[in-house]
Design a protein around this ligand. Structure first.
Ligand SMILES: Cc1cc2nc3c(=O)[nH]c(=O)nc-3n(C[C@H](O)[C@H](O)[C@H](O)COP(=O)(O)OP(=O)(O)OC[C@H]3O[C@@H](n4cnc5c(N)ncnc54)[C@H](O)[C@@H]3O)c2cc1C
Length: 504
């Protein structure tokens, strides 16, 4: 939109004060140093979803860019450390594996570690893959230190990769404080509709229930699942992925903490979905993500309540969603972020990251005096690709199950999968090859850990792994495993580390 020719896009209006709205306000006020007017509109009566509690390591970069001190942030949000996710009963009932943020083993020459592991595994001489991943070993022993480093070659490798668990409501409050200190304005109240310019449908203002109009040049739709601007106003359309990811509800409830304070999220497969467990300092966040076509809400709630570690601290709350994404994340002068842009179930804790990534893209393509369609198209193409790669990674967990004990698991293990995913799975199954895709958030170690964890072991290893004799290869694996175990066991207990570094 061109308010007048050559005038900069000056007034940014953010509709929504959930995690997305306040992450956007904090990032944009930081990026533009008060050179743009930023206005957040939110309604306490409508409220927020507020269950985004588990993250991936990229969140550290976001906080760092905002100048948010780590221990201060964890103190304010009752946060703990996260080394990865423990998947229980996914491949088969009774099985478990970790998908951690760190690497696996140690590469030798030009060959990746996992080829030596595949070779020994196929000869029955390797431990499960988790035994060679430092984050897994730390997680199993409930140990944590930011200083932990695996051994690489003759010296220490890069520091341990970790993320956080935190209270999303407290995080939004922290970001609000940072944003308001930087001059972001906030209006409390309900928006009844958006006003549009008749000539081209660009949004010109938000009309509040009390008749006030909040004008802007650029509107960021962080209004949650409904997508009040991107969908109700601009009718952008939604790409539905429920045929690949049939879960469409979640019931959430916090419960009291129990020891030990585990430094990982747990995702336990149930009969028609899965249950999350996210340990914070003051409580444990729990939820059951399920397919309403396979289990009733009452039954799903009962399963959740029967599987809590401590007493429930509130009533269970149900959230409904439809997996998929907007056909365009940016349309005219509206950019959708957070739940307004689409939703992928929280199996790999990716939603808050997607907000962060959408903000970097918006800043990269930020309009100067007008909205340049090629920039918008590129922004949307990158966002689509990122969503699709994460979608494939989440589908992988369902596709590779060997469970047959319920209609839900029988459906997901036999359903057709996207071609992009099918190619990846086949390449790995054949000879352990990992084919990285452009803009894939998840790198090789993630795909490796989930594919192997779900029971897919390649038939063959890379020929480079045959250059060692059988005895040398076995010794190499044992040596790496013992070294990593020794490093893990020297670290402090996670609860002690949190107590010393960032007690709330
Ligand atoms: C079950 C579940 C579990 C999740 N777990 C995780 C996780 O572990 N990790 C992770 O990264 N993410 C997770 N997420 C996603 C995460 O919760 C969201 O990405 C995040 O909270 C962002 O939400 P939001 O700000 O887009 O929307 P919301 O929290 O819904 O906020 C919407 C805002 O818009 C305002 N609003 C709406 N309409 C109006 C109106 N008409 N007038 C004025 N204001 C209005 C509301 O008041 C509110 O402030 C999970 C999501 C769900 C559903």
């Amino acid at each position: 939109m061109n308010p007048t020719p050559a005038q900069p896009i000056q007034r940014i209006v953010i509709l929504g004060g959930g995690s997305a709205g306040w992450m956007a306000a904090a990032a944009l006020s930081h990026a533009f140093h008060s050179k743009r007017s930023i206005h957040v509109v939110e309604s306490e009566a409508i409220g927020t979803v507020g269950v985004g509690e588990a993250t991936i390591p990229q969140m550290r970069a976001f906080n760092h860019a905002l100048g948010l001190d780590e221990s201060e942030f964890l103190r304010r949000t009752q946060g703990t450390f996260k080394l990865g996710i423990e998947f229980v009963d996914w491949g088969q009932r009774g099985e478990r594996y970790m998908h951690t943020f760190g690497g696996v083993g140690r590469d030798l020459g030009l060959a990746s570690f996992h080829h030596f592991w595949v070779r020994m595994r196929n000869e029955g001489k390797a431990l499960p893959l988790d035994a060679y991943a430092l984050n897994s070993l730390m997680g199993e022993a409930n140990r944590f230190s930011r200083e932990a480093r695996p051994v690489q070659g003759d010296g220490p490798g890069s520091p341990v990769s970790y993320a956080y668990h935190f209270d999303a409501g407290l995080y939004a409050a922290t970001l609000r404080q940072i944003s308001e200190a930087r001059g972001v304005r906030r209006t409390e109240g309900k928006v009844v509709r958006a006003l549009q310019r008749p000539a081209d449908g660009f949004v010109t203002a938000l009309l509040m229930e009390n008749g006030e109009q909040i004008e802007g040049d650029l509107f960021i739709d962080c209004s949650g699942f409904r997508g009040m601007l991107i969908e109700d106003t601009l009718h952008t359309g939604y790409e539905d992925w429920t045929h690949w990811l049939p879960c469409d509800r979640a019931v959430a409830v916090p419960c009291g903490s129990v020891a030990p304070l585990t430094p990982f999220t747990r995702a336990t497969a149930r009969t028609a979905g899965w249950q999350w467990r996210i340990p914070l300092q003051h409580r444990i966040g729990n939820g059951h993500v399920f397919s309403s076509a396979h289990i009733s809400e009452d039954e799903a709630t009962a399963q959740l309540l029967a599987n809590l570690d401590g007493p429930a601290l509130a009533d269970a709350r149900t959230l409904r969603f439809r997996t998929g994404k907007r056909k365009k994340m940016w349309h005219k002068n509206v950019v959708a972020m957070g739940l307004a842009s689409g939703f992928l179930e929280p199996l790999e804790s990716t939603s808050l990251y997607l907000i962060q990534s959408s903000l970097s893209r918006l800043i990269q393509f930020f309009p100067d005096t007008d909205f340049h369609q090629p920039d918008i198209d590129e922004h949307n193409a990158q966002a689509d690709e990122e969503f699709e790669r994460i979608r494939d990674f989440i589908i992988l967990h369902y596709h590779l199950t060997r469970r047959e004990d319920s209609a839900f698991w029988r459906q997901v293990r036999t359903m057709a999968i996207p071609e992009s995913l099918s190619r990846k799975v086949q390449a790995f199954a054949h000879a352990g090859r990992l084919h990285p895709a452009q803009r894939d958030l998840f790198s090789d170690p993630s795909w490796l850990q989930v594919m192997v964890g779900q029971g897919l072991v390649p038939q063959r290893n890379h020929p480079l792994a045959d250059h060692l004799s059988g005895a040398e290869c076995e010794f190499f694996l044992q040596h790496v495993g013992r070294q990593l175990q020794a490093i893990a066991m020297k670290l402090p207990d996670h609860a002690d580390y949190v107590r010393n570094y960032c007690t709330a």
